[in-house]
Design a binder for this molecule. Sequence first.
Ligand SMILES: CC(C)(COP(=O)(O)OP(=O)(O)OC[C@H]1O[C@@H](n2cnc3c(N)ncnc32)[C@H](O)[C@@H]1OP(=O)(O)O)[C@@H](O)C(=O)NCCC(=O)NCCS
Length: 193
Amino acid sequence: MTAPPVELLTARLSLRASDPALAETTADYYRRNREAHARWSPPQADAMFSVDGQRERLAGTAAAIGAGTLVGWWLFAHEAPHHAIGQIHLSQIARGPFCNAMLGYSIDAAHEGRGLMREALEAVLADAFGRVGLHRLQANVRPENLRSLALLQRLGFEREGLAREYLFIDGGWRDHVMTAKRAPGWPADRAPT
Ligand SMILES: CC(C)(COP(=O)(O)OP(=O)(O)OC[C@H]1O[C@@H](n2cnc3c(N)ncnc32)[C@H](O)[C@@H]1OP(=O)(O)O)[C@@H](O)C(=O)NCCC(=O)NCCS
């Protein structure tokens, strides 16, 4: 993996790597979307919604990015460059024969339905399968989350199965559809680097 870039650019977005300097806008992002995202994401500690909590979290994320165990991006529209409107994280990055990570993402409820997450994910997938060198990305989604399932399908993720009572979300253990996408063009006999 080459050194992590601090920014990825798309037609409408700038994707910035986690940095404690973003704490005010990321705390605001989580506060604004707390209710809208509660059905799809595990419950968060109160620190997630405070500037101090975010500063600590972003510093930890930046350290993990430097260590190569995580990739984390915050989304900013070109027309409002100081206002975070989404996030994408690749966590649990495994190397060796697995060469896999878990994909998570969310966009501000006010910006759904504009194709922005798809645009951002296309850039993140190109980086994950290129610079980061992953062979496979997994994304697990509640069966009721039709927007997320449609997005993954558009991006070429394939359904692999159903994980029963996979995550505790919104007051109960929730089944998840397991999907994955493999690095395009990676020959079946090419070993991980
Ligand atoms: C899942 C989530 C990221 C999907 O966001 P989204 O905006 O629907 O996804 P996309 O970026 O693919 O946008 C697609 C929509 O934009 C529309 N669109 C408008 N302009 C577009 C453009 N220029 N290009 C592409 N699509 C465009 C599409 O028609 C589509 O609309 P539709 O769903 O009404 O048919 C969002 O719903 C979310 O954050 N949910 C809460 C958190 C969550 O569920 N996270 C995932 C947990 S697994």
